[in-house]
Design a protein. Structure first.
Length: 224
């Protein structure tokens, strides 16, 4: 576990953000390097390994060890492959707001942190044991997703206001992350209510303390 540790400030050099696949890939590769700089010291101080995740830009559909991902779906982190699958067509809907893209990348990297720290393994073992789509299984999914959102908030705080990450980018990333989740029109409640996504991303950003992101011991009302 990485509980009880905060991220150091990182000056992040980012290339120009653009709408084409190649320019965005270069931007995300550089952003992942910055996230590595933020998270590696925390994991290493806790005696945990750190590796940089691989990035795959999805434009059509791809098959992975975690299943098929289409470009029209949200991004996916696959722990078995140590890979972030970034779905370019889906996030192109958000245009040139680079902070929105950075915030979502920080969330996927949050799943990478869970994977490196052993949280993912424990989570999936529990979820399989209770049936993935049962009420308990979906609650476990919400706990996992909300923790990744909280970790994403921590990362935005570590990168924000220095180098290529402006305060406006951070504000855009926080606002977008706090507006995601299980809206009423989506029957599968596996990511948490939008108001709770806002709560957790704001906690991660303001507290910069991994212990504040411990969704696993939070009351059920905080992961609804």
């Amino acid at each position: 576990m990485v509980n009880g540790r905060g991220l150091p400030a990182v000056t992040c050099a980012l290339p120009r953000f653009g709408t084409d696949v190649g320019t965005q890939q270069a931007y995300f590769v550089a952003a992942i390097h910055c996230l590595d700089q933020a998270w590696a010291p925390v994991l290493q101080a806790a005696g945990l390994p750190h590796t940089s995740p691989r990035l795959v830009m999805v434009t059509g559909s791809v098959n992975s060890d975690c299943g098929t991902r289409r470009g029209t779906e949200t991004a996916m982190y696959c722990g078995q492959e140590n890979t972030i699958y970034w779905t370019y067509p889906k996030y192109s809907e958000f245009g040139m707001k680079s902070g929105v893209h950075l915030g979502q990348l920080a969330h996927e990297y949050g799943h990478h942190v869970q994977n490196m720290s052993g949280i993912n393994k424990a989570y999936w073992n529990q979820r399989y044991a209770v049936d993935s789509d049962s009420a308990r299984g979906l609650e476990l999914s919400r706990r996992s997703e909300l923790q990744a959102t909280c970790f994403g908030g921590m990362a935005l705080g570590a990168l924000g206001g220095r180098g290529g990450v402006s305060r406006q980018m951070v504000n855009d990333g926080l606002a977008d992350s706090g507006n995601r989740g299980d809206w009423p029109q989506y029957p599968l409640r596996d990511h948490g209510a939008p108001r709770l996504n806002k709560t957790w991303v704001d906690w991660g950003y303001s507290k910069n303390h991994s212990g504040a992101c411990n969704t696993w011991t939070a009351g059920s009302n905080m992961v609804a």
